[in-house]
Design a protein around this ligand. Structure first.
Ligand code: SAM
Length: 287
């Protein structure tokens, strides 16, 4: 019988945050696939575990996935752990997990800490749902699309959480203030560690001097003003896109002009008058 792939969450700082179940699984599996074997080694040592580890990181994913799959198919249980927190959340893991599904291998998550969920839980605005956006891209157009996704999400959920590197966080927060307005923010630094800080303020008033350590940021995107949401949506959906959808609705789906505009406005969370204005732009530019 094939083994089980356990996806095991480990502490994000304080080693006492590991669950008894995670320790049991890490003790009993045949092999631990670790993003950083040295770091996982410290964890194992702390709990007196002697299970074998093998590296499974960004650069070894391809080769290692097939080796680990063979072990699983041969009947060995394998635990997947990342540097810290929950594997597969802005961490390596996906290729192995997907390969396990393809091979019919059982996948069992062992829940535990994740910086994103920990930060949202302490924000005070995660109750209305949240969107997790990983690390902001550093390049221009990808970054603009990321901010656009953030704004668009504000129509559906109350909070957005993301990770950021210490040397980028000041610029990122300034850019977000310009793009989203002076909304409420909770900045979590070094969660669960000796120098933990949970700072509450707003994008316009909060100052970080010489930021150091690991950061997770939660934004109260429910506060993004309606006109900024609309401006953003307009930036994401081009006039050409809207004109194409309008033609489809009126010509193929027999909608009246008014019904089509209302449907497009609903779909893209725009005001009907903005859709109308954009269609006029598309018409005058011959699209
Ligand atoms: N998979 C991990 C998890 O579930 O928490 C996240 C991995 S991601 C590569 C690492 C990023 O998470 C760090 O750069 C930082 O932004 C955030 N992070 C990790 N530990 C943290 C901590 N103790 N306090 C605040 N943020 C943390």
């Amino acid at each position: 019988m094939a083994g089980t792939l356990f996806v095991v969450a480990t502490p994000i700082g304080n080693l006492e945050d590991i669950s008894p179940r995670a320790i049991k699984v890490l003790r009993e599996v045949a092999l631990i696939a670790a993003e950083d074997t040295r770091r996982t080694g410290h964890l194992l040592q702390r709990f007196g575990l002697t299970t074998r580890t093998t590296s499974f990181h960004e650069h070894s994913l391809k080769g290692k996935t097939s080796v680990l799959l063979e072990r699983l198919l041969a009947g060995d249980d394998v635990a997947l752990v990342s540097d810290a927190g929950t594997p597969g959340i802005s961490d390596p893991g996906d290729p192995l997990i997907r390969a396990a599904y393809d091979a019919g291998i059982r996948v069992t998550p062992i829940p535990g800490p994740s910086a994103a969920v920990t930060a949202v839980s302490a924000s005070g605005f995660g109750g209305g749902g949240f969107i997790f956006l990983g690390f902001p891209p550093t390049k221009g157009s990808a970054r603009a699309a990321w901010i656009a996704a953030l704004r668009a999400a504000s129509a559906a959920v109350g909070a957005a959480v993301f990770y950021e590197a210490p040397h980028r966080i000041v610029d990122t927060l300034a850019q977000l203030r310009d793009a989203l307005g002076d909304i409420e923010v909770v900045i979590c630094r070094e969660l669960t560690k000796i120098h933990e800080e949970v700072i509450h303020g707003s994008l316009g008033t909060l100052r970080l001097d010489e930021p150091r350590g690991e950061f997770t940021v939660v934004l109260n995107i429910g506060q993004i003003a309606a006109e900024l949401r609309t401006a953003d949506a307009l930036a994401v959906v081009t006039a050409e896109d809207l004109a194409r959808e309008f033609r489809d609705l009126t010509e193929n789906q027999q909608k009246t002009r008014r019904q089509a505009i209302a449907a497009i406005a609903r779909k893209h969370q725009l005001q009907a008058r903005d859709v109308y204005a954009r269609l006029e732009v598309a018409k005058s530019s011959g699209v």
